[in-house]
Design a binder for this molecule. Structure first.
Ligand code: DAH
Length: 338
């Protein structure tokens, strides 16, 4: 029996050496180690081996099984290695990979995210309104008379149905007060549109950030404190603010806000940055008429509002010389803000 086992091992190993496919390898395994394989059949002969020879024959049987099994495994690994080598042939795997360009946020998004996070810390919630607006929400309810220049065909994009592309985000003040009762503390970032000649400081589609705070006993001091805190968070604690009397139809009194901030390598000068004021009682009256309740009784409540250009905020933050850079989508420009 020992010679028979030796013979099985010699045959199997010789066969395995010449094999060049997985299926032939499996075929061989079955023929030697399978249920009806040669080695399995031979091991049935153990029955007839004498008691004193059994340990030696048993040991031989194991050795042969192990030898065949490892020869099969080695061959299988060798076949895989040959396949891998074929797949890689012609490819230099030591070449460095191609870097994937990493995207970055648009400078406007950076500025907006910053502004929103400062204002949210102060308790302002985000409000929204449509870009295609009615004249009522954009002008009338905001105390803007029919002959106001902003309502002119030459300044505003009108649709044939009388609606228009909102010229400012102040319309969101009206939208919010129509549906919500005071106290109101909202900011509304969004697009606005004007029939402007496009140049370094004007775009016909631009971005604004509106703010509105309505409650009992809101004062001008609250407005100043809020904007001072906001701009110092945005541009540094040494930032100076100046409130200049101005006129807006929807606020009384109204102001323009100038800002001077100090940054190394940048000239410090006064820059106009926002419009603001105390909500005009006429605005509350219009809201009262549409709502049909006394929630906005100008005798009981007051409020402040402000609005600023986000594009301008981005220009100032990053020292961008030309507004058009913000809409040209030039990767050489945009990748500087990652
Ligand atoms: N809507 C104004 C504009 O587009 C900006 C503005 C001024 C908004 C005063 C306000 C405000 O809320 O109180 O020029």
């Amino acid at each position: 029996m020992l010679t028979e086992l030796d013979q099985i091992q010699t045959d199997a190993l010789a066969e395995i050496i010449g094999i060049d496919s997985d299926s032939a390898l499996e075929d061989t395994r079955v023929r030697y180690l399978g249920k009806k394989g040669r080695l399995t059949a031979a091991s049935a002969g153990m029955r007839d081996v004498s008691k004193e020879d059994k340990p030696a024959v048993g040991q031989k049987l194991n050795e042969v099984r192990n030898a065949i099994t490892s020869a099969l495994e080695e061959k299988s690994a060798a076949l895989i290695a040959i396949r891998d080598a074929a797949a890689f042939s012609g490819i230099d795997v030591t070449l460095p990979g191609r870097p994937l360009p990493k995207g970055s946020l648009h400078p406007l998004s950076h500025v907006l995210d910053n502004a929103v996070s400062v204002l949210r810390r102060m308790g302002f919630a985000i409000a929204d309104g449509p870009e295609i607006e009615t004249e009522w929400h954009c002008f009338d309810a905001l105390n803007t008379p029919a002959d106001h220049p902003a309502r002119n065909e030459s300044d505003t994009f009108y649709f044939e149905n009388g609606k228009l592309l909102r010229t400012h985000t102040s319309s969101v003040q009206i939208r919010t007060m129509e549906t919500e009762a005071p106290p109101i503390r909202i900011i509304a970032p969004g697009s606005a549109f004007r029939r402007d000649e496009i140049d370094a400081t004007h775009l016909s589609a631009f971005h604004q950030l509106e703010g509105l705070y309505v409650d009992e006993k809101v004062t001008l001091a609250d407005l100043k404190g809020t904007l001072e805190f906001f701009f110092r968070e945005m541009f540094g604690s040494a930032t100076e603010l100046r409130f200049r009397p101005h006129f807006f139809p929807f606020t009384e009194p109204s102001f323009e806000v100038d800002l001077k901030f100090h940054a190394t390598g940048r000239e410090s000068k006064w820059i106009e940055i926002a419009g603001c004021g105390m909500v005009d009682p006429n605005v509350f009256q219009s809201i009262g008429q549409t709502r049909g309740d006394a929630a906005y009784d100008p005798e009981k409540i007051s409020g402040f509002a402000f609005g600023m250009g986000l594009d301008r905020l981005a220009m100032i933050t990053y020292g961008i010389p030309d507004l058009r850079l913000l809409i040209e989508n030039d990767v050489r420009f945009l990748s500087q803000f990652s």
